[in-house]
Design a binder for this molecule. Structure first.
Ligand code: CA
Length: 531
């Protein structure tokens, strides 16, 4: 991966220039475009300190040509070709989707395999947090009772029961943080024997074992659904952390007469689980016990300049501390797969990465689209012209360590440690759900356009890419990486701030999403047919 070098026109803003002075950021000395930094963008005639003059207005975050680019020549950002000029582009022009032709996806054969030695990084020792250690060695950052459901049919009943548990039981168990119904739209009306059905089923099975749930599992089933409890947790091979069978309540059991019988049964079962969870205590754990899932959503052109590089710096700190970091989002790494296969720790890891890309290419093709279906109207308004440019900014979240393992969607981390590629869709909720299944205990989420995203099972730390977003959403964003663009902080500063905040949050400090109880629905990835 290229090292990120922020080149500002003229004097650094921090060195006294006004924030109104026209400024751009170039990501690499070889780039022939740069993005406009100024809030509100710049008007035609704006002159940068190096003499470059804008020929037309350019919005904030959008690209300006630094030199003349002839039709057909590459347009380069991050030292990568993000497109080809669709017409002659004069220096000082706005470069956007309108005058760029997107490159084809990279071939998945002939890629560089484990060719790049990881930079030598000194181990980082002595960093700890206060977590809940589980019997299997995993560590929770929260103490939550999860109620697994086998099918959407039971959701209304489980919601009702959860409300009652929170009102009547939770106050009796002060060491338990929350009660969460693991509700989803899967379980029936699906082709459960289809090969792709493995993914939603193992996802749900593994979510139920997230370290924050302390190895206690209880299940609410309807009775007639395709996803029977025995299929979700097969007998004898139940990987429940404490080795106990999950307690199950079946709503169609003949013993239930009336709605309140079902509710009483769920509440009584929850009471038994809460007694066990309430005995958990935080203890000092090494930073190596963190399992951090990183992703981005509502990205803009600053994502790859401020927030994601700061996350990448923090990722390197975590790996140095022995922790595990998962990065994901297949369509947002597909155009940089050569960077990733070259960083694989060994050929098996590279082969697994290629296998995941091939699977996803085929999945998209079945739906009649390709990776270009990823970008949103908001991405484009934020300056990202296409998926190639977006991917280059997304990959930097992975830092610079060697990639030591690969997870397929819904798989559990198991014994894997270090920097892991967890293959998931880029969809925020699906990616987050799959990272919960993999076993993350802290989630870091960067956003440029702004999203109030949060998850009930795992604390989410949100990082803003721009000062303007951080100012307006001051009680939703936990970290402001926009200070990197304005010259008030460096990537290293924000990376360390994020690393320290992760340890605090892992120890119990609330994020804004937790403060407001903002919880997006768990969304299972089901590539198989519904019936
Ligand atoms: Ca995402």
């Amino acid at each position: 991966m290229q090292s990120i070098q922020i080149v500002r026109a003229g004097q650094d803003a921090a060195a006294g220039a006004s924030l109104d002075t026209p400024r751009y950021i170039r990501m690499h000395a070889n780039d022939n475009v740069a993005i406009v930094v100024n809030d509100g963008g710049l008007k035609a005639g704006a002159v940068f300190a190096d003499g470059l003059t804008l020929l037309g207005a350019v919005p904030q975050g959008h690209k300006v040509a630094l030199s003349d680019v002839r039709q057909g020549e590459p347009v380069t950002r991050y030292n990568v070709t993000i497109g080809y000029a669709a017409c002659d582009i004069a220096a000082g022009s706005w470069v956007s989707e309108a005058n760029l032709r997107m490159p084809d996806a990279l071939e998945l054969s002939g890629l560089p395999i484990a060719t790049r030695a990881a930079p030598v990084m000194e181990p980082l020792e002595g960093y700890t947090f206060e977590g809940y250690r589980n019997a299997d060695g995993s560590v929770g950052t929260r103490n939550i009772l999860a109620i697994t459901t086998t099918v959407q049919c039971v959701s209304g009943v489980v919601d009702h029961a959860v409300r009652r548990i929170k009102e009547t039981l939770l106050p009796l168990y002060p060491n338990v943080d929350d009660v969460v119904g693991l509700e989803h739209s899967y379980g029936c009306g699906v082709a459960i024997e289809a090969p792709g059905a493995d993914i939603p089923i193992r996802t749900l099975r593994n979510i139920s074992q997230n370290p924050n749930f302390g190895g206690q599992a209880m299940v609410v089933s309807l009775g007639c659904e395709k996803l029977q409890p025995a299929r979700l947790f097969p007998k004898g091979s139940i990987p429940i952390l404490n080795g106990r069978e999950p307690a199950t309540v079946c709503l169609q059991d003949a013993g239930h007469v009336g709605f309140m019988s079902m509710i009483d049964s769920i509440v009584a079962t929850a009471d038994e689980q809460l007694k066990v969870l309430n005995a958990r205590r935080r203890e000092t754990c090494s930073a190596a016990d963190l399992v951090v899932g990183v992703q981005c959503g509502g990205s803009d052109a600053f994502s790859g300049v401020t927030a994601n590089p700061a996350v990448g710096y923090a990722t390197d700190l975590l790996v140095r501390a022995g922790a595990t970091v998962m990065f994901s989002e297949v369509t947002e790494v597909r155009d940089g797969i050569d960077q990733l296969t070259s960083r694989a720790a060994d050929p098996e890891v590279a082969a697994a990465m290629i296998r995941e890309m091939e699977w996803y290419d085929a999945y998209l093709k079945r739906g009649g689209v390709d990776r270009s279906a990823n970008t949103t109207p908001g991405n484009k308004a934020g300056g990202l012209s296409n998926i190639v440019e977006k991917a280059m900014g997304s990959i930097v979240k992975s830092g610079s360590s060697a990639i030591s393992g690969v997870l397929s969607p819904g798989e559990k981390l198991g014994a894997r440690r270090g920097l892991i590629y967890a293959a998931t869709p880029a969809s925020d909720f699906i990616c987050g759900t799959l990272q919960v299944a993999a076993g993350m205990n802290i989630h870091v989420f960067t956003t440029g356009r702004g999203t109030p995203y949060g998850l009930a099972p795992v604390p989410v730390i949100k990082v803003a890419t721009r000062n303007d977003l951080a100012r307006r959403w001051h009680d939703l964003m936990d970290v402001n990486a926009g200070r990197i663009a304005s010259g008030e902080a460096t990537i290293e500063d924000v990376g360390w701030e994020l690393f320290r905040l992760m340890l605090d949050v892992a120890s119990g400090r609330q994020t804004w999403a937790e403060h407001w109880k903002l919880h997006n629905a768990l969304t299972l990835f089901n590539p198989a047919p519904v019936t």
